[in-house]
Design a protein around this ligand. Sequence first.
Ligand SMILES: [Zn+2]
Length: 210
Amino acid sequence: MLPQSILNLIENIQKLPGVGRRGAQKLSLDLLTSSQEDYQKIMDSIEKMRTEVRLCNNCRFFAEEELCRICTDKSRDHKKICLVEKATDVLNLEKSGIYNGAYHVLEKLISPIDNIFADSTNLPDLLTRRLPHLISSLKEEENVEFIFFFKSGFSADTTIAYIKDYINEKGWQKRIILTKLAEGLPLYYNPETLDQATMVKAFEDRKTLF
Ligand SMILES: [Zn+2]
């Protein structure tokens, strides 16, 4: 029923993960009937976002400069690094307000069965560049803490095991604490859908791996 140009837009918006037909149709028709001024503002901000947003050199979260707003925040504890798979996990944890450390976005977890090894993730960045630098800046009694905030499963376990091995190999066990969210979470919890209260509790009761 709708003209082809509208159908094309609906189809293209629907290619975004998580956007259904109804949502795509509503957005398309809203854009069509919005004022010229609002339409222009939306198009300009999309363009600006696409050209200006990059990934933080340090943690791979979204940034507009070399470093993101979390990495440049001096009030945060940069010796704590929460490892997450996706940038949206950072947003979820930030929303809870319980964490005041830094992050590292891995983009992918190790999964040999899918042909994903450490080199296809952002782990080398963390382990060969960021971590040595951090360890060399520690005072005698200080430690780095890695907090694993992954969706439970085989990839998470494999990734954690890889990091453990790497740290053992380097002899950094004394300088770094590895922690995992507390037990008691649903077996296959997902950081994206975990409710805030459960997340806060699991985070506060996190257990040490070494
Ligand atoms: Zn950053």
